[in-house]
Design a protein around this ligand. Structure first.
Ligand code: AMP
Ligand code: MG
Length: 302
């Protein structure tokens, strides 16, 4: 415990000095840097090999941080943040001119989230500034949901990984934009469109997956293991000859997956040297827009 506390203090110092540190959130592990420290933000892109046109999400430790990051904040922001923060919802607003353009990949908008994880919140508060924090993996690979996943991808490329155990949610945040008068869902996640609409009391629009102006990062290949991925929707029952089988329900001898362990199942398959993964999706998963998005992306189908 003493050792963990020492690592926490080290993480705070490293971040203040412009270094990059990995830390747990409730969604996936993040690779953090101070948002106002351009050189540190640049390090994130090079460590992850992230394309520079893929914008970063600011992680905040208190609601008052929003004023440093965004301008012209609409009422809908306060409705959503009081319902879902801290939590797995990212809200896109108009960017404050003080935020480096590198963060938003040159866009005039800014994505912001308050994570629901005690270690993440404490870290951001101790540093005293918002942190940008994309997932702490190599770009394109399945996201990391435990500290060992971060080390698998990035060992030797960053000075410190804070270990907070397994992430409780396991897929990235829902992203909603409040730039236009009608809110737009840019990325599905564990908070559903229906939940957002019921809190906002108005319908929200779904961004087209192919619309780069709406959701700049969505065009890049994402969440993919090294193995080829095949997706099967029940009730079709294809052959079971694939080398690694995972299923959303008990089926054949397939390993069961859910939101929380989906990425670690993909990583396990890679570690075992599987050449092909077949993902069987039962009815409940087919209705989970957030998880289906990650499944289809892992197969290169989105
Ligand atoms: P992640 O890769 O999980 O860190 O999430 C980053 C994703 O959030 C990007 O790939 C975009 O889809 C979305 N995002 C981040 N910043 C913006 C922004 N300014 N405008 C629209 N979407 C954004
Ligand atoms: Mg990512």
């Amino acid at each position: 415990m003493e050792c963990e506390e020492k690592k926490f203090l080290q993480a705070v110092e490293l971040l203040k000095q412009g270094e990059v540190v990995a830390f747990p959130t409730e969604t996936v592990y993040g690779l953090g840097a101070c948002i106002f420290y351009e050189e540190a933000v640049q390090k994130i892109f090079s460590i992850k090999k992230r394309p520079s046109d893929n914008p970063l999400i600011a992680h905040i430790g208190s609601l008052s941080d929003v004023a440093k990051l965004a301008i012209d904040i609409p009422d809908a922001f306060y409705t959503l943040s009081s319902a879902f923060w801290p939590g797995p919802l990212t809200i896109v607003l108009k960017k404050h001119p003080a935020v480096p353009a590198l963060v938003s990949a040159g866009h005039p908008t800014m994505a912001i989230r308050m994570p629901d994880h005690p270690l993440a919140l404490r870290l951001i508060q101790a540093v005293g500034e918002p942190l940008v924090a994309p997932s702490a993996n190599l770009s394109g690979r399945p996201s990391p949901t435990q500290a060992s996943d971060v080390k698998e991808d990035l060992a030797g490329r960053l000075p410190l990984v804070l270990d907070g155990g397994e992430c409780s949610i396991g897929i990235e945040s829902t992203v909603v934009s409040l730039i236009d008068p009608i809110p737009t869902l840019l990325r599905p996640g564990s908070i559903s469109q229906a939940q957002l609409e019921s809190v906002l009391k108005c319908p929200i629009r779904l961004a087209s997956e192919k619309d780069p102006a709406c959701s700049p990062g969505m065009k890049h290949r994402h969440y993919a293991p090294r193995a080829r991925v095949q997706v099967v929707l029940y009730p079709e029952r294809p052959s079971t000859s694939a080398s690694y089988l995972i299923s959303s329900e008990p089926l054949f001898s397939a390993l069961v997956f859910n939101r929380r362990n989906f990425y670690s199942r993909l990583r396990e398959a890679d570690r075992l040297g599987a050449e092909e993964i077949t993902i069987y999706c039962g009815p409940s998963v087919q209705q989970d827009a957030g998880l289906m998005n990650r499944i289809l992306r892992s197969a290169g189908l989105l």
